[in-house]
Design a protein around this ligand. Sequence first.
Ligand SMILES: [Fe+2]
Length: 293
Amino acid sequence: MNEHRPQRPAVTGLASMTFQSSDPAKALAYYRDVHGWEDHYLRTDAQGNLTNAFVKVNARQWVELRPETAPQTDRLIQFAFEVADAEAMRLYLADRGWKVPASVSMSLLGNLGFLVNDPDGHLVEFIQLSPKGWPSRTRGEPAGLKPLSTTLMHLGFSVYSLDASLKFYRDLLECREFWRGSSDEKTLAWVQMKLPEDENYIELMLYDQPPTLEWLGVLNHFGLEVFSMSETMEEASRRMGPRPYPREVGYSIGKCRHRLANVYDPDGTRAEFMERKTFDGSVTPSSPLPAPH
Ligand SMILES: [Fe+2]
């Protein structure tokens, strides 16, 4: 290796996921009243219309909502990784032939970063958090509801070609694959990869046929760490009460042997509660099945 070539800076965490919302006020109420995330940072345009709503998960992680620009389309806009040095990551990716912008820039939140496209065309942001930026600058926690989770444990997104995706996430970002699984026992459905310098992970959500809008809401999702699934779902059900949030609340044990449960925002975007350990301490072997493409 040429020692003068730019080296990859540390990828230190999952930072955020950004979705379109057909009704941001309703979605914000869901994140506040069900998830218990009460700390919202709202941005408006000159006319006072909401442009961005940032929902704090913890001092380094958040979910962002933007008023939809394209009704009845994929809700995912982008997702972001925290890096130790955004400019170093930009130079590293450029050196390895990945298309990057000409410079890093300051985000609305006061953090340095830049956007690239991954092999599926997803917008991926690399963010260097600033102590003066949001959410780092926030202090303390709101006094209201206890959040059901304070950790984005994984980010999942749709992937057409596993090989193409691995060239970016494995070969360039150096994420470490630790599990792959199948839902139909014919082809792979999930490939999970830890960030190179963090225990949290990405979940490549493989699909065969073009996903419907409803299925995109399942594929493009975030995983939230909880410590007791039964207590979490009891509390989630109590908070949801008679509200018309779609789909049933319950939990199951996934093929990965973790207790998990899904809840959905008003647009059908999935949040997946999950315990970090498997329910019985044993690990399901990785599937040897082929990817759909
Ligand atoms: Fe997941």
